[in-house]
Design a protein around this ligand. Structure first.
Ligand code: URA
Length: 198
């Protein structure tokens, strides 16, 4: 069994927070175990909860289009969420839920060891940079150690607010160049110890 498949079994058995009561299926995440790019969304929605797969509803269709715009299929990247179970009525994840799910995403990142972590939306941005606002930092890469962090708006934001569509598309198109620059990107001024606090 691959490291990820073993981890998915553990995640599917998780009953650590209240969301276990409401879920149809757990949505651990999916993609290539050796992906260079790892995308982090917020939480499963209705479609994801039904299928047990991330980003398979309307926001997911847009994400697939965005990936295609840089010549990638979803199987070639890794896609996860901050929390693995759908909150009732799609409400925002509670801090306690984000906290109890934290170790799963940490282990996914440890296994995949991506070169670039792309945060989609506010909640996944906050996991790394709690003081940043998405409006200011989207589309701006920052390197901490060997990993490049790249905040983007959530694809669902474009579905609710059409004017953001072009911004998201433009930010996505920058990814291949950023990845190619990789270790040449200057190290971010944020101290790496700050990361471990969140
Ligand atoms: N929105 C997310 O943040 N994640 C999904 O998996 C689907 C929609």
């Amino acid at each position: 069994m691959s490291a990820l498949a073993g981890l998915y079994e553990e995640i599917r058995a998780c009953r650590e927070c209240e969301l276990a009561k409401y879920r149809t299926k757990v949505v651990p995440g999916e993609g290539a175990e050796d992906a260079d790019l790892l995308f982090i969304g917020e939480a499963p929605g209705w479609h994801e909860d039904q299928q047990g797969r991330p980003f398979v509803g309307p926001a997911g269709q847009f994400l697939d289009q965005l990936l295609a715009s840089i010549g990638l299929r979803r199987e070639e990247v890794y896609i996860a969420n901050v929390i693995k179970c759908r909150p009732p009525q799609n409400r925002e994840p509670l801090p306690v839920e984000i906290e109890s799910c934290r170790r799963w995403l940490d282990r996914q990142i440890e296994i995949v060891q991506p070169q670039m972590i792309i945060t989609l939306g506010r909640h996944s941005l906050a996991r790394y940079f709690p003081n940043d606002s998405i409006g200011k930092v989207h589309g701006k890469p920052r390197r901490l150690g060997d990993v490049i962090y790249y905040p983007m708006y959530h694809p669902a934001a474009a579905l609710h607010q059409g004017s953001l569509r072009r911004t998201i598309e433009t930010d996505m198109l920058k990814i291949p160049q950023i990845l190619a620059r990789g270790k040449d990107l200057p190290q971010d001024a944020v101290e790496s110890h700050q990361l471990s606090l969140f």
